[in-house]
Design a protein around this ligand. Structure first.
Ligand SMILES: *Cc1c(COP(=O)(O)O)cnc(C)c1O
Length: 632
């Protein structure tokens, strides 16, 4: 795609920094949606043939592995990964040895080795400090993803930002555009400023120069989700830097303050990234609006009505999330050309009409059976770990009914995602789920951050309901949510539930993964779902507005949830024709496939980034005219 559409491009690669990358469950350097998005971004950049390099940390322990105790408590495990057994390789320097770069800390250097994860055509450079050139106290800097200690966190983010710039330098790569995916990697901007100042520029000019070809994507409208540090930590870790380039600490700190000169504030990496980039974006149209309101004060020269933050809606890497049975069905009826027409809305709209109802239904049910088998085996292993008897383990074979309407809910257990919304009126829920003629079952999965006690309480509550109430069998919780569990779920469920408190879900992506498999969304009007034009592609919970009173909003949304489930979803699913096919349901499956697959793919998203952000940035940075050699 890139060679065809931008044949004259001669600049360097676009580099993409992220603190997490979700490529596959075997490389556990992701925690949730942000990481999966980064991974899908790289995969589509590869598919489209874009000159692109990913950069991030290689965590020794990654994110935690979750086990649920019999009483529902979440346990955290941090296995140490043997890098030699991961699908990565040491990146060798000119001397043929493992490339190691150094990052200067206040009174010492910290060394990071550079590893290569080759993702299709896209190289991803991963940095790790767990090597014997470092003092044992520095080796765990890249130990855990989202480490809870604030000082360790800043060390980690300095290693990513500064180390990433140095790794590129060591490899002789001159990027044409620098993309900061979320604020965590914003220190890269300061490192680039240092290089400009060393090259003879003044500090203010250097900041401007760096911003020209930098792109920043913000991912959360929840204030606590925006990384910020106590200014004391910036003073500690950036004192030598300021001395080095001849500026005062206050000059530097002002770059990260929301309202400089107005009292005590933390140093925000989002504000730093906004200052050191030209193109900034949110990850859905609604999130773009919300972000503009949220960060308007940072842009002093903004006229009323003028917006600095654009919107590029997220997507998913279609091939990663589509089940192989479904892919074969598309091969048969849309022809294998669907693989080259991922972003073509008309192609999909026409294509689905060629699929016979019965075949779509059968393939969907095959994938659903895989999910049920998978769920049973996970449940059996879980019970066995807690000492259940052979008879108890045998009874797991009855868990989940392949004929029953099956709804999935899986994501990080952040409280704004309201995993327990459906339990607000327990009696009403019970009546719907336990209807003997038309039963409904839910499969849940998700991890709560180790420091998020309310999130862990949600898990405990849902787990308890799944085990100790009469909803046993209708509510199932699969432990240790990861990309594998996500794949099984989105490929097998009939309906995907998404009920965050609007407008807190910047985009959400899990709901995009179900339709490519014939699943249908049941979602609050938030994030990406607001952009789905076809009302027949799913069901919308509540109204497209916010309520100042969160409890009232929860109440309204839950009432809407029950009403739609009871009046629309259940009847439609169980209404069969003479051949036992739910014809109207299948019609909706097709509408869901056609409305979501082309529009919410990372193919479309990466194309948008390339044309709206990367190429203009490269041009501003002057890289397009200098024919940089392709060193990757
Ligand atoms: C897709 C995905 C997510 C994102 O889910 P949201 O519903 O968008 O929050 C999180 N974790 C995993 C493992 C995923 O595959």
């Amino acid at each position: 795609w890139f060679a065809k559409n931008h044949p004259g491009y001669q600049g360097g690669p676009f580099v993409y920094f992220s603190t997490e990358f979700g490529f596959h469950e075997c490389l556990r350097i992701y925690s949730g949606g942000l990481g999966v998005l980064s991974g899908d971004h790289c995969k589509s950049a590869s598919d489209l043939g874009i000159p692109f390099i990913g950069i991030g940390p290689l965590y020794k322990h990654g994110y935690f592995e979750q086990e649920i105790e019999p009483d529902g408590r979440q346990q955290h495990f941090y296995p140490a990964y043997d890098f030699s057994r991961l699908p990565i390789q040491p990146l060798l320097g000119d001397d043929g040895r493992h490339l190691t770069i150094s990052v200067d800390f206040p009174d010492r250097a910290v060394f990071a080795r550079v590893w290569l994860a080759q993702v299709g055509r896209v190289p991803v450079l991963l940095l790790d400090t767990d090597n014997n050139k470092n003092n044992p106290a520095d080796r765990p800097i890249t130990g855990q993803l989202y480490v809870s200690g604030r000082e360790m966190r800043i060390c980690q983010e300095i290693v990513i930002g500064v180390g990433g710039v140095r790794a590129l330098q060591a490899l002789g790569i001159e990027p044409a555009c620098w993309h900061m995916n979320e604020g965590h990697c914003a220190f890269l901007g300061l490192e680039r400023v240092r290089n400009c100042v060393k090259g003879g520029m003044g500090f203010a000019d250097a900041c401007q120069q760096v911003a020209k070809n930098a792109v920043f994507t913000t991912h959360t409208p929840v204030p606590a989700g925006n990384e910020a540090f106590d200014t004391g930590l910036i003073r500690k870790y950036y004192k030598h830097y300021c001395k080095d380039i001849g500026i005062t600490l206050d000059q530097l700190i002002n770059l990260g303050l929301s309202s400089p000169g107005q009292g005590q504030q933390p140093f925000s990496l989002t504000v730093l990234a906004l200052h050191l980039s030209t193109f900034c974006n949110g990850v859905s149209q609604l999130h773009g609006h919300v972000s503009n309101d949220m960060w308007r004060h940072v842009f002093k020269d903004l006229k009323p009505g003028e917006n600095r933050i654009q919107a590029i809606t997220n997507g998913i890497h279609t091939f990663t999330w589509m089940g192989y049975q479904m892919a074969e069905l598309y091969d048969k009826y849309l022809t294998p050309a669907w693989r080259e027409n991922l972003m073509d809305e008309l192609f999909w709209k026409r294509g689905v009409t060629h699929i016979p109802d019965k075949e779509l239904w059968d393939v969907h049910n095959l994938q659903k059976e895989s999910l049920i088998r998978f769920t049973r085996s996970r449940e059996r292993a879980h019970l066995a770990r807690h000492g259940a008897s052979p008879d108890d383990l045998r009874s797991v074979e009855e868990l989940l009914d392949p004929q029953a309407l099956t709804i999935g809910f899986a994501r990080r257990f952040a409280t704004y995602k309201r995993a327990d919304l459906l339990f607000r009126d327990f009696d009403r829920l019970r009546a719907i789920l336990k209807d003997p003629e038309r039963p409904v079952q839910f499969v849940f999965a998700g991890k709560a951050h180790p420091a998020d006690k309310p999130g862990q309480e949600l898990i405990r509550r849902i787990f308890d309901i799944s085990r100790n109430t009469d909803l046993h069998g209708h509510i199932v919780f699969i432990e240790n949510y990861n990309m594998r569990v996500a794949r099984m779920l989105v490929q097998g469920v009939d309906v995907w539930l998404n009920n965050p408190r609007r407008p807190h879900e910047a985009s959400g992506t899990s709901g995009m993964k179900a339709p490519v498999n014939g699943g249908i969304n049941f979602s609050v009007a938030d994030g990406w779902w607001c952009e789905v034009q076809n009302p027949d592609a799913g069901w919308t919970i509540g109204k497209a507005e916010e309520n100042a009173n969160p409890d009232a909003q929860d109440h309204e949304d839950s009432e809407s949830f029950y009403d739609i489930l009871e009046d629309k979803i259940v009847p439609l699913y169980y209404e069969r024709d003479a051949n036992d096919l739910p014809v109207e349901w299948i019609k909706m499956m097709k509408a869901s496939i056609a409305a979501v697959t082309p529009r919410f793919s990372t193919a479309r998203m990466v194309r948008d980034y390339t044309e709206q952000a990367y190429l203009p940035a490269a041009k501003r940075g002057g890289a397009v005219t200098t024919a940089a050699e392709q060193t990757w």
